[in-house]
Design a protein around this ligand. Structure first.
Ligand code: GDP
Ligand code: MG
Length: 182
């Protein structure tokens, strides 16, 4: 991630069927790291029906809304705040198209192409704009202050003064490391 562009944050969710499949979970985690995303926050939680309803409120009139909300609250999900330059677009590229047959046909190497099971169980979520990233981060990381992160922590992520905790699946600031020359 050695770029001078500012970092951007996005909200990623690894949906319940991925968490039930250790092989898929491991492969997706590896793709996150291989594609230079830094993991700023991680939590595993069973999203409640009301959280899922609120999270997907823009889709409340769609035919798939009820099955989507039911699925998203059916078991634990891994929820991450990811950082990199152009994170929103890059994460959505890595995920591939929403619809699983399109993903398999048009982007077979994408996360959804590889690990999507159906249009509902399409493996992952990613914010689609800076405004939705802000809203979505608030839903699941209520105590995370985006402005404070950019003021106080972004610099360490940008200069990769970080250690990675495999168990927590989290990058942690390590101020003992010298910044790399930019
Ligand atoms: P995303 O931003 O790519 O996740 O797609 P959307 O915001 O349009 O839809 C939100 C989620 O609803 C998707 O990730 C799918 O899980 C689900 N979804 C979207 N379109 C369909 C559909 O046509 N059928 C079904 N069953 N689920 C859908
Ligand atoms: Mg969306």
């Amino acid at each position: 991630m050695r770029s001078n562009n500012p970092l951007q944050l996005t909200l990623a969710i690894l949906k319940p069927h991925v968490i039930k499949n250790p092989f898929a979970l491991q492969k997706i985690r590896q793709l996150i790291l291989d594609n230079d995303f830094k993991v700023v926050r991680s939590r595993r939680t069973k999203i409640t029906f009301s959280e899922a309803s609120y999270f997907y409120q823009d889709h409340k009139d769609k035919f798939f809304y009820n099955r989507l909300v039911t699925f998203m609250s059916s078991g634990p999900s891994d929820i991450h705040i990811l950082a990199r330059d152009n994170a929103i677009v890059r994460w959505r590229e890595l995920m591939g198209p929403t619809k699983v047959y399109q993903a398999q046909y048009l982007a077979p190497e994408s996360i959804r192409g590889k690990f999507g099971l159906s249009d509902t169980r399409n493996a992952t979520h990613g914010s689609d704009s800076p405004d939705s990233a802000k809203r979505e981060i608030k839903v699941f990381f209520n105590d995370f202050n985006i402005d404070e992160w950019f003021d106080n922590e972004e610099i360490y992520f940008k200069h990769e003064q970080l250690k990675f905790d495999q168990d927590l699946f989290l990058h942690i600031i390590d101020k003992s490391l010298k910044p790399l020359p930019s």
